[in-house]
Design a protein around this ligand. Structure first.
Ligand code: DX5
Ligand code: ZN
Length: 216
């Protein structure tokens, strides 16, 4: 399976996000992960669709929008029109079936995510509903720079097995939070193939080399 690296702009210098996105594209990133936080679903506030719209002209890479918001249904149209390529919604915040219909109606790829305390099985309906990607949080959402929660690995395995069993062996499984050059091998061998990396990529002296090594 193709391994894709998705740097999270949460860890970037917000005074020059456009330039940072261009730099990451040159460094070999496959997706740009946009962490949207509303101050309700998670305590911090980051940015909304306006940021996605502003970044759109700066990169050809897919904009992977992770919505950590309450009532995501009220924001789908804005993100789709801003240029999101993938919209990921939390199963803890919405009815996946309804949200997937809304996301699909705008021609955007649909993805669902679970928090660390949510069982892997809660993503099975998303697979059945034709998800384009699954996301497993490997830290509690809200902040970058946290420590990877190893119990997450079992959930990735459960999900990859379910995808294989249900005839979608190549479905993208993304993992988000605390991924380093040391633990990425475990995440990949558990069955994930899309790696979100905030601090690891942005703190790197040589982002291109780090992205290369994260591919395992
Ligand atoms: C946490 C975010 C993650 C996080 C990743 O709520 O969804 O994308 O910023 O950052 P690192 O890689 O620093 O854990
Ligand atoms: Zn994220």
């Amino acid at each position: 399976m193709k391994i894709k690296i998705a740097p999270s702009i949460l860890a970037s210098d917000f005074s020059k996000v456009g330039e940072e996105v261009k730099r990451l594209e040159r460094c070999g990133a496959d997706l740009i992960h946009c962490d949207v936080m509303d101050g309700n679903f998670v305590p911090p506030i980051t940015f909304g669709a306006q940021m996605v719209k502003a970044l759109r002209p700066h990169t050809k890479l897919p904009l992977d929008c992770h919505l950590m918001v309450l009532h995501p249904e009220t924001h789908i149209e804005a993100f789709a029109k801003a240029g999101a390529d993938i919209i990921t919604v939390h199963v803890e915040a919405c009815d996946i079936s309804k949200l997937f219909q809304a996301i699909e109606s705008f021609g955007v790829k649909k993805s669902a995510v679970i928090n660390p305390e949510t069982p892997a099985e809660k993503l099975f309906p998303a697979v059945d509903e034709g998800a384009d990607m699954l996301l497993v949080m490997s830290v509690h959402p809200g902040w970058g720079g946290q420590k990877f929660i190893p119990e997450t690995l079992k959930k990735i395995e459960t999900l990859r097995n379910y995808c294989v069993r249900t005839g979608r062996p190549e479905l993208d499984i993304e993992v988000d939070g605390g991924i380093t050059e040391e633990n990425v091998k475990d995440v990949l061998s558990a069955g994930a193939n899309v790696i979100v990396a905030g601090s690891t990529v942005f703190k790197a002296a040589d982002a291109a080399a780090t992205i290369g090594r994260l591919r395992g």
